[in-house]
Design a binder for this molecule. Structure first.
Ligand code: AHR
Length: 516
């Protein structure tokens, strides 16, 4: 045998030899947990920056191909995500939005300046997108609507009229007005939010005051029984559980959920948040460490809910989450930020936390869908790019309405830099609607790949196949010039000697179906 041949043989032997696995994941399919509500993969579209206008809505007369004003490219891409739910029109914007400005002939609608959009000083609101246009988008996406009403500068009468306009099935003057505006049938408002961030931009209130206000508003939101939206109370900020405590005591039977907002800021300092791109490794790990705090946040709020609502009638709805970076001076519009591989890991780590708490977290909406904060899609005039966060949402589609499966991670690696240490591997498993078991894996270490041995109790696994998202650099991202710089690659592996081992590259998100 020649030297070359024996070298080849040695390599072949290595390839078939059992792989040393640093980490082991044991999945127990016999004890499924709660269903992961598809609304955990919800989106948020606020009238802010170019999140709605330009990013999604260009108007029917635009040269950019559109359907009744909505961009075909953006709607097409969003459909691939199976978007289950869209929250609209804000955010802080909701508390200055007057719905009557957005109905009737578009050329007769007023333009106004709003000063309450997510800390952004002012935006021009042309009101071309109003109730009817929003529901047109919702219908095209096949999503549910989560409409957010105005407590801050509105009135009980105005909100009550809006709900009646959208949901009443005939006879009432507002139902007739809706029909005159082109929609005979009521719209389906799955969820209705009563105000936003009442502790801040929504009115600087105390939770007790808002609880009373909420009761008053909710009392007058009349809708036919079969089309009555599920009402959502706007809760506290981050780790502050006082709002959850007061609202879950005071609003029993009047709300299906209390929202909480939690953003991931790389430095943890809102004055100097950190950059979207070109960051050092220190901000890679601090961003991931900060985002992992979502787990404790959910636990803290859920502990309060468990105390006040043992019947589990009230959910915790994380209806704003995601990364928030320093805005570049060259940013094309308010809160526009680039989105890199790091954002995909942030998304995936949060998905795993939400899956873990599926029983109490039936809905989350990432901030935001297009061109604002941790967006799925960025646009520049006629151009569109899909972000790494988009790909994370796409890879996790099988987890929508899947049954979560308990898993144990043994001998996990850890990733340390300076004073920070985080788990090396994060994982989540579920039995999807197609009957297959899906396993999602994140390797937080940007330098080292990891071998993960996977066991499913009572099953001899044959292999695994799916997608992996990774890149050579931590801030890999897509641009209008290079829109395909980072995208998921196909991944598959076979079991050897009855054992399945998955090699997860450094800084990667992976979702595979396990072949039983
Ligand atoms: O998502 C941007 C803004 O952040 C929202 O308008 C507001 O609710 C939050 O403060």
């Amino acid at each position: 045998m020649s030297v070359v041949k024996s070298g080849v043989l040695a390599l072949a032997m290595l390839a078939t030899a059992p792989v040393f696995a640093a980490v082991t994941i044991d999945i127990d399919p016999a004890k499924p947990g709660a269903v992961i509500n598809k609304n955990v993969y919800g989106q948020f579209a606020e009238h802010l920056g170019t999140g709605v206008y330009e990013g999604m809505w260009v108007g029917p007369k635009s040269d950019i191909p559109n359907t009744r004003g909505w961009r075909n490219d953006v709607v097409g891409a969003l459909k691939e995500l199976h978007v289950p739910l869209v929250r609209w029109p804000g955010g802080c914007f909701a508390d200055v939005y007057h719905w009557r400005d957005g109905i009737g002939p578009q050329d007769k609608r007023p333009s106004n300046v709003h000063t309450n959009a997510g800390g952004v000083v002012e935006i021009d609101e042309i009101n071309a997108v109003g109730t009817h246009e929003f529901f047109d988008l919702i219908d095209m996406l096949g999503a549910d609507a989560y409409v957010n009403g105005n407590v801050g500068t509105g009135s009980v009468q105005e909100m009550s009229d809006w709900v009646e306009y959208m949901t009443s099935d005939g006879g009432s003057p507002l139902a007739r007005l809706r029909a005159q505006n082109g929609r005979e049938k009521p719209f389906k408002v799955a969820f209705f939010g009563i105000g936003n961030e009442l502790w801040g931009c929504g009115g600087n209130m105390k939770p007790e005051y808002y609880a009373s206000l909420y009761s008053n508003y909710e009392n007058f939101l009349r809708a036919p029984e079969q089309s009555r939206p599920k009402m959502i109370a706007s809760g506290g900020s981050g780790f502050d559980t006082s709002w959850t405590d007061v609202l879950s005591k005071e609003l029993k039977g009047r709300t299906i959920g209390i929202s909480v907002h939690q953003y991931t800021v790389p430095t943890g300092n809102w004055d100097v948040k950190g950059k979207a791109l070109g960051f050092e490794e220190g901000e890679w790990i601090s961003t991931l460490a900060n985002t992992l705090r979502m787990d404790q946040l959910v636990k803290d709020h859920v502990a309060v809910l468990d105390k006040n609502d043992p019947e589990k009638k009230i959910g915790l709805l994380v209806d704003e989450w995601g990364t928030w970076y320093d805005e570049e001076e060259s940013a094309k519009s308010a809160l526009f930020q680039q989105n890199s591989l790091r954002d995909a890991l942030v998304a995936a780590l949060n998905f795993h936390i939400f899956h873990e708490h599926a029983e109490r977290v039936p809905m989350t909406t990432i901030a935001q869908m297009v061109n604002v904060l941790q967006a799925m899609i960025l646009t520049d005039k006629e151009k569109m790019v899909l972000t790494p966060t988009y790909y994370a949402f796409q890879m996790y589609v099988p987890f929508q309405d899947a049954k979560s499966l308990p898993l144990a991670i043994k001998d996990n690696t850890s990733y340390t830099l300076g004073a920070l240490t985080i788990p090396g591997v994060s994982a989540s498993a579920a039995r999807a609607k197609d009957g297959k078991v899906y396993l999602a894996l994140v390797n937080t270490d940007p330098h080292k790949a990891v071998d993960v041995a996977v066991n499913v109790a009572g099953t001899k696994l044959k292999g695994a196949a799916g997608k992996v998202l990774t890149s050579a650099t931590m801030d890999a991202h897509n641009t209008f010039q290079d829109p395909q710089a980072i995208k998921p690659a196909a991944f598959s592996t076979r079991a050897a000697g009855g054992k399945l081992s998955i090699n997860v590259p450094g800084k990667a998100v992976m979702v595979v179906a396990l072949e039983e």
